[in-house]
Design a binder for this molecule. Structure first.
Ligand SMILES: [Zn+2]
Length: 278
């Protein structure tokens, strides 16, 4: 897909990298259930297609990117990201990005905030003119000394802290409005300060889901929480509410981990929620 319009707001999906999901790792209690429901998609190794997709939003004269993927560094369990090629294909240079929004501060959502600097162990901001909007609650949760020193949290030191050190971060609350069309929807549970991004323009609505939902199997199993959800009960509550809101308001659904491009509408059909790709 090239792009989708919501009123006069234009959204382009940018595939950082495809991901093959191992249900035993992703959702151990429901591995058989996922494979049964998505039997058509399972490959010969039992893996299912997912994605790390960032979304470029052009709204009110600004160029915004929601989440920045896994990034240029090799991370355990992930391929390396390709966001720069996708930006080039979309005719955008990193210098053109005005705002970077993080739905949360996990490794696969902040990766391209920085690239390795010339001196070893240093990082350089990849979007030199951008304001980075991080949720205060996410910052307070993750940027504590005990998390920062953990080897598995290198991304916080490499991709999050440098943006703050460069003076480019604004810590905000979930009620913040980026402009007249782009606002936040509080969807905690995956992480404590997780947000989705709401779009409203000319009476049309959309939602960049973030990790409030990872896979369409959750449409009819909102309580199937992946192992990465920090509070599974709260995550299920946020997910259920987001699905229902998407149906009630006919929102364009933009799911960054759903099989690429993850863009469509959710409808209710014979008592079940179904996804119709755009
Ligand atoms: Zn994620």
């Amino acid at each position: 897909m090239d792009k989708v319009s919501i009123g006069n707001v234009e959204i382009t999906p940018l595939l950082d990298c495809p991901v093959l999901m191992n249900p035993e790792f992703f959702m151990p209690e429901h591995a058989d259930g996922i494979r049964a429901e998505f039997a058509r998609d399972v490959d010969e190794r039992g893996l299912l297609p997912m994605a790390i997709t960032c979304f470029l939003i052009r709204s009110a004269g600004k160029t915004i990117i929601v989440d920045t993927g896994i990034g240029p560094r090799k991370r355990a369990g992930f391929p390396v990201g390709h966001l720069p090629e996708r930006l080039t294909e979309a005719g955008i240079a990193p210098e053109d990005i005005d705002v970077v929004i993080a739905t949360h501060l996990h490794i696969d959502h902040v990766g391209w905030n920085t690239v390795p600097g010339e001196a070893s162990g240093t990082s350089k901001i990849f979007f030199p003119h951008a304001r980075f909007l991080f949720q205060q609650r996410e910052w307070d949760h993750w940027m504590q000394p005990e998390f920062l020193i953990e080897p598995t949290n290198a991304h916080l030191r490499e991709c999050v802290q440098p943006a703050m050190d460069a003076g480019q971060v604004e810590l905000i609350g979930p009620e913040y409005a980026v402009d007249e069309h782009v606002t936040f929807l509080s969807t905690p549970g995956h992480t404590p300060g997780h947000v989705s991004i709401g779009i409203l323009a000319a009476g049309e609505r959309g939602v960049v889901v973030g990790d409030a939902s990872h896979h369409p199997v959750q449409l009819n199993h909102p309580d199937w929480s992946p192992s990465a959800d920090s509070d599974p009960v709260q995550a299920a509550r946020s997910r259920e509410a987001l699905f229902e809101q998407a149906i009630a308001e006919n929102r364009v659904w933009l799911g960054g981990h759903w099989p690429y491009p993850g863009i469509g509408r959710i409808k209710r059909l014979e008592g079940r929620r179904v996804f119709g790709a755009l």
